[in-house]
Design a protein around this ligand. Structure first.
Ligand code: 5RP
Length: 236
């Protein structure tokens, strides 16, 4: 019989299923955002239904909260939950040191808050996200709408000073409108090709007035589960 999942979706599903084995009854879980994290949320819902395990989830976006409730997961605010045992989330890029680019879905602010309020962050991904150096994927930066064009100009000037040309900063759109995050902010995507020193770049970006948070997750992930369409899962 033909597999109803595309090879990419199968690999995401395999990674999510791998992370499901880390969940124990009684845990407070951070629930990531995106197509890979959605697999985890659906599988967790199924496990709750079949095995009756007792877990609560803190969602990293309104989209994830909606899906989690739909599949029967009790959803709590982070402030209500306090500290989390485990966060499971996807990524746009993963380097060999487990540094990440996230925010392709525009949720990296809540994702970073939730991941850093957890004992452990496990990334689930297919192998297409593994890179030797971060930066081919545009780096998302969340900025407040007030004066965003001035914020963009200052980021461009900063990149000019610290990088060798060839970069671009583009506002993210959803159709004709500027994309809005759950906080009502905008996203600027930084097309950098390669980030030489992410540890230098991240604080410089976050120091710019108007920047809320960038999508570099440095030293945040504890483990990466890489799914393959063949059904294998490798751990990093
Ligand atoms: C959302 C994210 C996602 O985790 C990232 O974009 C990966 O998404 P997907 O699993 O759909 O490839 O950071 O802000």
């Amino acid at each position: 019989m033909r597999d109803p999942l595309s090879p990419a979706d199968r690999a995401k599903f395999i990674a999510a299923r791998g992370a499901l084995s880390l969940v124990e009854s009684g845990m407070k879980l951070g629930l990531g955002t995106g197509s890979t994290a959605n697999w985890f949320v659906r599988l967790l819902g199924e496990r709750i239904r079949v095995e009756g395990i007792d877990v609560v989830g803190v969602a990293t976006s309104s989209r994830t909260a909606d899906l989690a409730r739909k599949v029967g997961i009790e959803v709590m605010d982070l402030d209500e939950a306090g500290w989390l045992d485990l966060t499971v989330d996807g990524a746009d890029e993963v380097d060999p040191a487990l540094n990440l680019i996230k925010g392709g879905g525009g949720a990296h602010l809540q994702e970073k808050i939730v991941a850093t309020a957890s004992d452990r962050m496990v990334v689930i991904t297919d192998d297409s996200k593994l890179v030797p150096h971060l930066g081919a994927f545009p780096l998302p930066v969340e900025v407040i709408p007030f004066g965003w064009k001035a914020t963009k100009a200052i980021i461009e000037e900063l990149l000019e000073q610290i990088l060798v040309g060839g970069h671009a900063v583009t506002p993210r759109y959803a159709g004709q409108e500027m994309f809005r995050t759950d906080e009502g902010n905008y996203i600027l995507d930084l097309h950098l090709r390669q980030i030489g020193d992410p540890h230098r770049l991240s604080p410089l970006l976050n120091q710019v007035a108007g920047v809320v948070e960038n999508g570099l997750f440095l030293g945040v992930a504890d483990q990466v589960m890489v799914g393959y369409s063949s059904g294998e899962v490798h751990q990093m």
